[in-house]
Design a protein around this ligand. Sequence first.
Ligand SMILES: C[S@@+](CC[C@H](N)C(=O)[O-])C[C@H]1O[C@@H](n2cnc3c(N)ncnc32)[C@H](O)[C@@H]1O
Length: 220
Amino acid sequence: MADKTLGIEPKLYEYLQLVSVREPSILKELRQETANHPMARMQIAPEQGQLLALLVQLIGAEKTLELGVFKGYSSLAVALAIPEKGKVIACDISEEYTAIARHYWDKAGVSHKIDLRIAPALETLDKLMAEGQSNTFDFAFIDADKSNYDSYYEQVLKLVRPGGLIAIDNVLWGGKVADKNIQDNLTKKMRALNEKIYKDSRVNISLIPIADGLTLLLKR
Ligand SMILES: C[S@@+](CC[C@H](N)C(=O)[O-])C[C@H]1O[C@@H](n2cnc3c(N)ncnc32)[C@H](O)[C@@H]1O
């Protein structure tokens, strides 16, 4: 839920983008289309999409999972980066948002790699587990409703294979997690999850201050 990297001075941010963001034209088109949408800030930043693409390529991911599709930016970035036989199981509850996503997946020629599941993500995750798909995913990106993040984390940790990678978005929550005076429900939940992950011996971690904060977790 941040379409740019926060906490970086604008001139430096512009430079960072100028010398490092190689956004594919189809992603640029999608980002430009979303720019005027009232919820545009839900879309991940271009440098973040590029990082996800690099990560899935680094680990040779084929079977991937996404919670929170919106208009399809992150799923498209990942689908473009995985091999032809790769898959993104993409979870969202919105037909409206994902109709745009489908259009761009088609246009990019990657629809065959994306399996969109319209249902609350927890239901889809339960189904995948019931089908015996635990320990089979190479990569998962968690970016759906923040109120369920802890449950998403627990379920996704079961579905990802040992040595697989999980990326959790918005862990810096606009900086609110660091301000003890802010005690609303979502901020408290994000803070608690960050603290839990810090102590969690099931994973190796790194919190990258990109966009709104992205925690990377390697499942041991
Ligand atoms: C931050 S946006 C995702 C942004 C997306 N990753 C991108 O790159 O543009 C969060 C999405 O989560 C979806 N969502 C909200 N509650 C959900 C739920 N219970 N299960 C699945 N998706 C949900 C919303 O419809 C919204 O599209």
